[in-house]
Design a protein around this ligand. Structure first.
Ligand SMILES: *Cc1c(COP(=O)(O)O)cnc(C)c1O
Length: 484
């Protein structure tokens, strides 16, 4: 039926999208919730990953659905064709990339947030206070003080981009928002192991890749402070000015933690902003064995972190904390639009509008799932998860070093183990394991060699999964060796 054939839209004033019979929707809703609980409770019993068949993919190329369908049918299609073919990050054998495993509490909070349908761009309502509370907790946890600003973003990629913008405007003056970037005689520094999103932030902020120095790392893959000082001296000699030093608290490749105190000293001396990419490791402050190695994080001007990694929040939940809230606001606020005017009273009141602190106007209630998790599990339990995955990584490293056939390819500082089967094609081993669906490591390149990379993040991962990984790598490596 084409649009032209359609009868005129119903002008029935009762024709909303709400159901005629809430009881029916409620009963179906309970079935959907139960299905998802069953699905979550049995996640370890199913394959971690399986590729969808061409047939299944084809079923998702349907005509525009002009007319209605039955909710139970759509849900059945989801359960049959979508749920079993996810990327596997909830599974205890998932070690492929730095991804959390989600929680039941997170799932329920997402449902509540969806039901409330709050828009957290701004205005005067309680959901904003929930986000504000999480920001105050983070400011306290990281020693930023109550004056700091914080907000949720999709992930650390965006939080890092926002932090580079704040640092840019601090260095070039707020006028850069009018004129655009003209004076690019400013330079940023980060280690060679820095996440690619910092590199991308340089072009997205108009500064350009040429203004980022990727500094050599030392044996533990952390930034070399002497190499950083030398790079700064060389740039100064050229008349360039350091404006930003980025420290990494848990590098994505190997989990290396930069010397944050050392970086804070250098940033202070050079008058540069100090930003910490703590996507992976910042919440290590909750684990007594890791916290001392993060000393200096409390001196950062800004900090990016991800609740969807070690804190296990369902996707997505990135977060940015900025010490100087006024500078943060100067970078993003735009008061010219009448529809965004803040009022003295009424619904358009409220002191803290997140849209003044980031690129988004309409924003969902990401804060709710994190607020629920922090209040129900408690910070200590999250710290225990972090301590446990780091211990599993250390155990795996020992297991690798005790084997004649395996070799450790990077030191293990946090929760990531890079290793290989001697003389084998490690990429093929990783692919074999992923396809077998019991454990899923990924790969990375270290010193020109392909390593099997096990990033142990998921709170469900235990010793049996580590054993399955070791056994799987040995079996696949031996099979390769015997094929010659
Ligand atoms: C994951 C990660 C990022 C990117 O964060 P997203 O949440 O995926 O945008 C940046 N830096 C580090 C160190 C990471 O581990």
């Amino acid at each position: 039926m084409s649009q032209a054939d359609r009868k005129p839209a119903s002008l029935d004033p009762d024709a909303t999208l709400d159901p005629k019979d809430w009881g029916e929707l409620r009963a179906q809703g309970h079935r959907m919730l139960d299905d998802m609980f069953d699905n979550l409770a049995s996640v370890a019993e199913r394959p971690l990953w399986q590729a969808p068949t061409p047939d299944q993919r084809a079923r998702y190329r349907a005509e525009l659905p002009r007319g209605p369908g039955r909710l139970e049918d759509v849900h059945a299609q989801f359960m049959a064709d979508v749920a079993p073919y996810g990327s596997g990050n909830r599974h205890p054998g998932f070690m492929g990339w730095v991804q959390g495993g989600g929680t039941g509490v997170g799932m329920l909070a997402e449902m509540l947030a969806g039901g409330l349908d709050a828009n957290l761009g701004g205005r005067d309502h309680m959901p904003i206070e929930v986000e504000r509370q999480v920001a105050l907790w983070m400011a306290e946890l990281f020693g930023f003080g109550p004056e700091a600003s914080g907000l949720f973003l999709t992930g650390t990629s965006l939080a890092n981009l926002c932090a580079v913008l704040v640092a840019r405007d601090r260095a070039l003056g707020a006028d850069v928002r009018h004129t655009g970037v003209r004076d690019v005689r400013v330079v940023a520094y980060a280690s060679k192991g820095v996440h690619s999103c910092i590199v991308r932030a340089m072009d997205m902020t108009g500064l350009g890749w040429d203004r980022l120095r990727l500094v050599e790392t030392d044996a533990d893959h952390a930034i070399s402070l002497p190499a950083l000082e030398a790079a700064i001296a060389a740039d100064r000699a050229q008349g360039l000015k350091p404006f930003l030093i980025v420290g990494t608290a848990g590098s994505v490749d190997v989990g290396a933690i930069d010397d944050l105190s050392g970086l804070a000293d250098i940033a202070e001396r050079e008058g540069a902003a100090f930003h910490v990419d703590g996507a992976l490791g910042a919440l290590g402050v909750l684990a007594p064995a890791i916290a001392p190695r993060l000393a200096g994080i409390e001196r950062a001007d800004s900090l990016a972190l991800d609740f969807h990694k070690l804190a296990q929040a369902p996707y997505d939940a990135g977060f940015l904390l900025v010490r100087d809230a006024a500078a943060h606001k100067r970078t993003f606020t735009y008061s010219e639009a009448a529809y965004l005017r803040h009022a003295e009273r009424g619904l358009a009141g409220g002191e803290w509008w997140p849209c003044d602190f980031g690129p988004d106007l309409s924003r969902g209630f990401r804060a709710l799932k994190v607020w629920f998790a922090l209040k129900t599990y408690g910070l200590d339990a999250l710290g225990d998860v972090i301590g446990r995955v780091c211990k599993l990584a250390a155990d795996l490293a020992r297991r690798v070093e005790a084997s004649e056939e395996l070799e450790l390819l990077a030191p293990v500082g946090l929760n990531i183990v890079c290793f290989g089967y001697r003389g084998a094609d490690n990429a093929a081993i990783a692919a074999d394991l992923q396809e077998a669906g019991r454990v899923a490591p990924s790969t990375t390149t270290l010193n020109g060699r392909t390593a099997i990379r096990a990033a142990i993040v998921n709170h469900r991962t235990g010793p049996a999964d580590i054993e399955a990984l070791v056994e799987g790598v040995l079996a696949s490596g031996r099979a390769q060796a015997s094929r010659g």
